[in-house]
Design a protein. Structure first.
Length: 250
């Protein structure tokens, strides 16, 4: 079970958190609870969360994987515009290295494919930075199988991050492709932004979903599945982390 950090910002994923010390406590609590996979992005804030991670967790434990992303520009709260210009992606990587305080990023995602730039140019630039030792592994976010296959011809792809949950299985084909090809599938919004927990009975469960049952369902779905539930609340964090211990019938 990983930890997603998008909610450690202001409204609209814009600006600093309402309580920076609380955000730092939640990050430290996640690692203390056994999280070994922290997921973030330069667009969160923008830049706010990468800086928070450095404040909270640096120097990093040897067994901690920190994944970040680049390829968006932000114009304001709730506004996101893809930018896959190679020079911009290189700038994103360099600044993330500085904010996180590392020499190489464990896992770096192309946050979105820019439809106005050839995919080969976008993935190719990140692969060049991997060859330079600034990135250890590459990932893609919100992609189809066709896009993933095309990207995999340019560079080795270690992870794909698409939306996936009890109420959104549209990426089932991508999950199966990742499972077959031994690529990590990292579902963002694994609780459907909370919509999995609204009290409705789900077909694969005997009753209404809880965080534990919804996350356990994901963990059981595929051995390639690495959920990253996010929260700014320490109690919710603890509840999410207990999902690995939930026992469910077939």
């Amino acid at each position: 079970m990983g930890f997603g950090t998008m909610r450690l910002t202001g409204p609209g994923i814009w600006g600093p958190p309402w309580d920076q010390q609380n955000a730092i406590r939640v990050l430290r609590s996640a690692v203390a609870a056994g999280v070994q996979h922290i997921d973030t992005a330069d667009a969160y804030g923008p830049h706010e969360v990468e800086t928070l991670i450095h404040k909270a967790l640096h120097p990093y434990r040897d067994d901690l994987v920190i994944a970040t992303k680049g390829g968006f520009t932000r114009q304001g709260p709730g506004q996101w515009t893809p930018c896959g210009v190679p020079a911009y992606l290189r700038q994103c990587v360099e600044l993330s290295l500085r904010r996180l305080g590392v020499e190489a990023i464990d896992l770096y995602y192309l946050h979105r494919i820019d439809p106005n730039v050839p995919l080969a140019d976008q993935v190719g630039e990140l692969e060049q930075m991997r060859a330079e030792g600034k990135i250890k592994a590459l990932g893609l976010s919100k992609v189809t199988i066709a896009q993933a296959v095309e990207a995999a011809k340019i560079a080795p792809i270690a992870a794909i991050q698409n939306s996936f949950s009890l109420i959104n299985t549209n990426s089932d084909d991508v999950v199966r492709w990742c499972t077959t090809n031994h690529i990590a599938f990292v579902p963002y919004a694994p609780l459907g932004a909370g919509r999995c927990l609204t009290g409705a009975t789900h077909g694969d469960l005997d009753g209404p979903a809880t965080p534990g049952s919804a996350l356990r369902w994901l963990l059981d779905y595929s051995p390639a599945m690495f959920p990253i539930p996010g929260t700014s609340n320490a109690l919710h964090l603890a509840e999410n982390m207990r999902a690995a211990d939930v026992e469910q019938t077939d």
